[in-house]
Design a protein around this ligand. Structure first.
Ligand SMILES: Cc1cc2nc3c(=O)[nH]c(=O)nc-3n(C[C@H](O)[C@H](O)[C@H](O)COP(=O)(O)OP(=O)(O)OC[C@H]3O[C@@H](n4cnc5c(N)ncnc54)[C@H](O)[C@@H]3O)c2cc1C
Length: 496
């Protein structure tokens, strides 16, 4: 390709977490001389929620050259070792979806098969016996991983909870230092070339801006991808019926736990996310089963006095029919939304940008390249949809119409096949590139009380007996690490 065919100018519409993340990642990765402009409206604010991440976010900080401790300090962040699910399988019962390793591979067999055999033999193994993240979280403690350590600390992984509004500002400052231009304008529309590609953005004040590549990070508005290009929306509301959230922050009233709490409620679920300076709370619910007023009252009844009036947010589970159309790529809420049950949205922005870099176009915009990008990201979205759906479908709750309805949903074939395989043999075969590994699926299956009919035949009584000493050492290693670790709160000083 000739130099003249290279993408030289990029316009990013939207200055929320997605817009500034995309700007920082692109300016780091693209050749010097690529001009990147972020356009953010002074009239339309960012959504201001999105406080929980998953472990690859830590890798992103390294990619961006951000000092993690500085990021934690500046954004009121706390550490997250996983999610505690309360009342999901049945009322009064908890289960963990922790990060990090679980036991160890013994004789080439994934450890969860040994766990299943221990459970089948009535040994009542706990997840936290073999997961350092779950054990630390249960104890309200934290430590950093040590890749060189011989014990369980080598496999520890963690993510962050942070103040969403502050993170967008942090990234804006970083992007500015890296040479990204910022324009405060409201995009009213765009002109299009004869081939349908976007030619230039039209601002409300009458100005315009042209670029080679446009990135739509305008939130649920989808200013370019939907309002200009009309790509259409694939609605997954029949599978994931939660379509509202009411969110409110409260003062801290107890030690900050190193995990997100997700508690199942009558018409959805409630989150609690500890930050250094406050707690984030919200109730994600189905408007077909609960009114906004009832959801808001219910949340306030649970959390006490909020620091500001609760906010209602509306969404539809699903995605744009095309995430990349012509010379426009949608990222973040502009590309679609899957409810925040597993904190995947910000990670999807990051994966979207890395995917864009892997498919970075020239000005010919090869259609096959665009199709490959769309295919990969849509597969990833379907995978996450299935994973979220399992949480609902597998619940043992039948005490409210919402739970009876979600348990009766007709499953997509992809999920039905996964469940069938697991129910038969306990096997979970992850596919390359999937965000959630076999371990994540195992935690949800096991937590919901879904047990396989048969055990891995390669772990017979003899193999299991042989593994006993190794399993004992793993338990001891986890227990020793927990005993030696410090309270999570002690990483942030007083405040609770
Ligand atoms: C209830 C809820 C809870 C969530 N929790 C999590 C979580 O725990 N973890 C997680 O990873 N994600 C979570 N998310 C998702 C997360 O909030 C978003 O993925 C993330 O904040 C990125 O948002 P965004 O930048 O795409 O959109 P926004 O924050 O909405 O930003 C849109 C930007 O576009 C600009 N804009 C809009 N229209 C125009 C225009 N016409 N002209 C110029 N600029 C314009 C606005 O000014 C704004 O800057 C949650 C979402 C919801 C709804």
């Amino acid at each position: 390709m000739s130099e003249s065919g290279c993408i030289r100018t990029i316009a990013i519409v939207g200055g929320g977490t997605a817009g500034w993340l995309a700007a920082c990642m692109l300016v780091r990765a693209l050749p010097a001389g690529t001009a990147i402009t972020v356009i953010e409206s002074g009239q339309i604010g960012p959504i201001g929620v999105g406080e929980a991440t998953i472990p690859p976010f830590i890798d992103l900080l390294r990619f961006l050259g951000i000092d993690e401790r500085e990021f934690v300090r500046a954004n009121g962040a706390t550490y997250k070792l996983g999610i505690l699910y309360r009342d999901w399988s049945r009322l009064g019962r908890d289960y963990w979806h922790p990060f990090g390793t679980f036991g160890a591979t013994i004789g080439r067999r994934p450890f969860h098969h040994y766990w299943q055999r221990a459970a089948a033999q009535g040994l009542a193994p706990g997840i936290a016996d073999y997961s350092l993240c779950a054990a630390l979280a249960e104890a309200g403690k934290f430590r950093f991983p040590d890749p060189r350590a011989p014990g369980a600390a080598a496999g520890l992984r963690y993510a962050l909870h942070f103040d969403a509004a502050s993170v967008a500002g942090f990234l804006r400052v970083l992007a500015g230092k890296l040479g990204v231009q910022r324009l405060e304008r409201t995009v009213a529309s765009a002109t299009r070339r004869a081939d349908g590609f976007i030619e230039s953005l039209l601002f409300e004040d009458g100005g315009r801006l042209g670029a080679d590549l446009y990135i739509d990070c305008s939130g649920f508005h989808g200013v370019l991808i939907e309002q200009v290009l009309g790509t259409g929306y694939v609605d997954w509301g029949d599978l994931l019926p939660c379509d509202r959230a009411v969110a409110a922050a409260t003062a801290l009233c107890a030690a900050r736990p190193p995990y997100t709490l997700s508690r199942a409620r009558a018409a959805g679920w409630q989150w609690r996310i500890p930050l250094q300076h406050r707690a984030g709370n919200g109730y994600v619910y189905s408007s077909a089963h609960l009114s906004d007023t009832a959801a808001s009252d219910d949340l306030l009844g649970q959390i006490g006095a909020p620091l500001a009036p609760p906010r209602i947010l509306r969404f539809t589970a699903g995605h744009r029919r095309r995430l990349w159309s012509g010379n426009c790529v949608a990222l973040g809420l502009a590309s679609g939304f899957l409810e925040p049950l597993e904190s995947t949205s910000i990670q999807l922005v990051i994966n979207g940008v890395f995917n864009l870099l892997d498919h970075f176009p020239d000005r010919a915009f090869d259609p096959a390249n665009i199709e490959a990008y769309n295919r990969e990201l849509l597969e990833e979205l379907a995978h996450i949809r299935d994973f979220l759906l399992l949480h609902y479908w597998g619940s043992g709750r039948d005490d409210a119409p919402f739970w009876r309805d979600v348990r009766a949903v007709r499953l997509p074939d992809s999920l039905a096949q996964r469940i069938e395989l697991y129910r038969g043999t306990g096997r979970i075969r992850p596919r390359p590139g999937e965000l959630f590994t076999d371990l994540s699926w195992f935690y949800i299956f096991a937590g919901l009380g879904i047990r396989p009919a048969a055990l891995d035949p390669l772990i017979d009584a003899r193999a299991f007996a042989h593994a006993q000493a190794a399993m004992q050492r793993l338990r001891q290693s986890v227990a020793a690490e927990v005993a030696a670790a410090h309270a999570h709160d002690s990483f942030f000083g007083a405040g609770a």
